[in-house]
Design a protein around this ligand. Structure first.
Ligand code: UTP
Length: 290
């Protein structure tokens, strides 16, 4: 069975990005003119997903509005014959089938995923975190789906993280099977540097068999009193094989202020409308600092 459904958890409080996240979801932060979540949805579609379940919470209404039709705006653009803009706006609301579920309280990523259980109805599915932006010709989620299609096992995307950052990630220990694929042996949520089994961390892309739901439920709350996805993955790995895959691509953690700034700079430098002007401008400020 081909994976067609994806869960996008976007109900977190975004405390690393306060104060703006007081009233605005971090997933809606713009990378120039498109919110991060738009890129995440595009990745899901390009990976073969045709049914998306957003897990949202309070003050996340702007995500629903963004992917909905906007009749007044569309009528205005039509009257003004702004056809390109009209098409852009209409395309967003017709991209894919989207459903919304609310996580009543932000009790952790594991809990957010559990909220989507009924909609998944016993199928394997993908999870894309709404604040991880990944750029690659073959989308990261597609890479995981291809591993799943070969081995029919849950697969999590991983990357090497700097030593000083291991205590911010779920860190794995794995047996390498080839250059990019590991058989998962252990996964620990936010270990101290000295207890970390490696510097390979899980990032915001996963493909799961439906047994993950029972495992999250069984695991209960973990680090920080939150229902951690990592604990669910550990139990799943006791029950059936789980793989970790070193994906190809560049990832930006846009839930982190520096990660967000890096994404904006890189996207702006690749933007054909102002890359030359921007390079010239950057030279003036970098030159002034040297
Ligand atoms: P994060 O830990 O990055 O999100 O969760 P956060 O809690 O919003 O951010 P900080 O750490 O306070 O800044 C990763 C993803 O899981 C979602 C978040 O929205 C984000 O996409 N999440 C997290 C939920 O949907 N519900 C939760 O209870 C927690």
């Amino acid at each position: 069975m081909e994976i067609k459904k994806a869960v996008i958890p976007a109900a977190g409080l975004g405390t690393r990005f306060l104060p703006v996240t007081k009233s605005m979801p971090k997933e809606m932060l713009p990378i120039i003119d498109k919110p991060v979540i738009h890129y995440v949805v595009e990745e899901a579609i390009a990976s073969g997903i045709d049914d998306i379940i957003f897990v949202t919470g309070r003050s996340k209404r702007s995500i629903e509005d963004y992917f909905d039709e906007s009749p007044e705006l569309e009528m205005y653009l039509r009257q003004k014959h702004k056809d390109d803009l009209l098409k852009m706006v209409e395309d967003i609301s017709s991209m894919v089938d989207i459903h919304y579920i609310r996580q009543k309280e932000p009790k952790g990523l594991g809990d957010a995923i559990l909220t989507a259980r009924k909609h998944i109805s016993g199928e394997p599915f993908a999870v894309l975190l709404g604040d991880d932006l990944i750029v690659n010709k073959t989308p990261c989620t597609r890479q995981l789906i291809e591993v799943f299609n070969k081995y029919r096992c849950s697969t999590i995307a991983v990357e090497e993280v700097p030593q000083e950052k291991v205590s911010s990630y779920g860190i794995i220990k794995g047996t390498p099977l080839d250059e990019c694929l590991y058989s998962l042996e252990e996964i620990v949520e936010k270990p101290s540097v000295k207890d970390a089994p490696s510097n390979i961390g899980a990032i915001g892309r996963y493909v799961f068999t439906p047994e993950i739901f029972d495992c999250i439920k069984m695991a209960g709350s973990g680090v920080g009193g939150e229902i951690q996805l990592t604990d669910g993955i550990r139990l799943l790995n006791d029950m059936q094989k789980v793989y970790a895959y070193k994906f190809a691509g560049k990832r930006y953690d846009t839930g982190d202020k520096l990660g967000y700034v890096k994404a904006i700079i890189d996207f702006a430098m690749r933007n054909e409308y102002f890359d030359q002007d921007l390079k010239a401008y950057l030279k003036t400020i970098l030159g002034a600092d040297c």
